[in-house]
Ligand binder design. Structure first.
Ligand code: NIG
Ligand code: FE
Length: 418
């Protein structure tokens, strides 16, 4: 049996349990000092205090010295679009000059432009680019990533995106949760017949995506994208094929996406910038996790989602990067910490719960990851800071020293040569 012991943990910081945490409980992290974590075959088996487990002979165990620093669960990024080819720096420049995201999309940019370049990319090229993006995410402490299709919108390319994620799930140490987002946009070849495209998504692509191992079905339900009724059909149909519903809701306008998330019993509803109180209530009733994406709001210069209000009303709130080539070209967890705590009035403790246990719940993995407890996967982050509070205090800077996935070190901070 492979045994490892994380010793000298200055602060062990973790939420608890196998379920999403909601309301005021999101603030109740466990913070204990001078701890040790015993890992066997990639799983956490026991937590102890300083000096525990000394009866295990040294040659039988690998010691990971945390150096008195804080240790947290590996971060989970439960909403990304990391599988794409082609960049849209020009569009970002246009936005800096005052053009809106919607205007750019109407002029043929936006998602359509990424669809063209992702269709053109070969499978090896797309996989290589996507792998590089995962490498970048790991250094911020991310150990599990959700990824979506949606830059193909035809069978061949949607499957290419799914296959990239499937391969990277086996070939890299990270866990990748896969989401089918065939309803991201209406592709140009269907521009005159949106109903036909919805039929194509539900009747032709959904069954194939399910067969190819997609776990979730997502839809961009918004002004200029899919209507509530189209989205309802797509998600209900996805369910019939075993895909768990997720939804991009109320990002650009409050069209009723949050209400729909409650109606169909989605596992998460994401964005929620313009959601109504009724919509949020409908989510709360069905236990839908609210996945907030503040870097997108920041990048679009829009108002932030009402994180504090959602927590106060008893919702389970999670956070994610929304990493994509358009609305949010950023995989930065440090920026996420800053925006959530400084601008969404979430406490640091709520932010940590949102990025660990609740993020795991948003991708149906709260029983396996998201907290440091016996029985969970040994996915850990050792900070390069004296106190976990540096995660928000050290603004926009990476506070991670070492990242551990199933007990193995997968990233370590390099020391400068001076
Ligand atoms: O979550 N809102 C829809 N989809 C992405 C943006 C995709 C893009 O701009 O390429 C989002 O923001
Ligand atoms: Fe998104």
């Amino acid at each position: 049996m492979d045994k490892k012991l994380v010793t000298n943990v200055g602060q062990l910081v973790t939420p608890g349990g196998n379920e999403p945490v909601s309301g005021p409980e999101m603030n109740e992290l466990s913070v204990t000092e001078n701890r040790t974590v015993l890992i066997q075959d990639g799983l956490i088996t026991e937590l102890g205090n300083k000096g525990d487990f000394t009866d295990i002979r040294e040659e039988e165990i690998e010691i990971i010295d945390a150096g008195g620093r804080p240790v947290l669960p590996g971060f989970v990024d439960p909403h990304t679009h990391f599988v794409f080819s082609g960049y849209r720096a020009k569009e970002f420049q246009m936005r800096l000059q005052g053009k809106s995201y919607e205007e750019i999309a109407k002029e043929g940019g936006g998602i359509a432009s990424s669809v063209t370049s992702t269709r053109q990319a070969s499978f090896p090229q797309l996989k290589k680019e996507s792998r590089e993006r995962l490498r970048s995410m790991v250094r911020f402490g991310v150990t599990t990533v959700e990824g979506k299709t949606g830059y193909g919108l035809d069978k061949k390319t949607e499957l290419k995106q799914l296959k990239v994620m499937k391969d990277l799930n086996t070939e890299t140490p990270l866990d990748i949760a896969t989401t089918f987002l065939g309803a991201h946009s209406i592709p140009p070849e269907y521009s005159d017949s949106r109903e036909e495209y919805v039929n194509f998504v539900t009747e032709e692509m959904t069954p194939i995506a399910a067969k190819q191992g997609a776990e979730f079905c997502d839809v961009f339900c918004d002004r200029g994208a899919f209507t509530v009724e189209e989205s309802r059909r797509i998600l209900t149909d996805g369910k019939e094929f075993g895909l768990t519903p997720k939804i991009h809701a109320d990002e650009i306008a409050g069209t009723g996406g949050a209400e729909l998330a409650g109606d169909v019993g989605a596992i998460s509803a994401d964005h929620l910038l313009k959601s109504s109180n009724e919509g949020l209530n409908s989510m709360k009733k069905r236990g839908v996790v609210a996945v907030l994406l503040p870097i997108t709001a920041f990048s679009l210069k829009d108002d932030y989602a009402r994180g504090k209000y959602m927590i106060d009303t008893g919702l389970s709130v999670s956070l994610a990067t929304d990493f994509n080539p358009g609305s949010c070209f950023s995989e930065s967890i440090p920026l996420l910490f800053s925006l959530a705590t400084l601008y969404m009035e979430m406490t640091l403790e709520e932010t940590i719960t949102a990025l660990t246990l609740n993020a795991a719940a948003a991708i149906d993995r709260a029983d396996k990851i998201g907290s440091i407890e016996p029985g969970k996967q040994a996915d850990l982050v050792i900070l390069d800071a004296p106190d976990y509070k540096h995660l928000s205090y050290h603004i926009g800077v990476n506070s991670v020293a070492r990242v551990i996935k199933r007990g193995e070190t997968i990233w370590k901070k390099n020391r400068p040569q001076f």
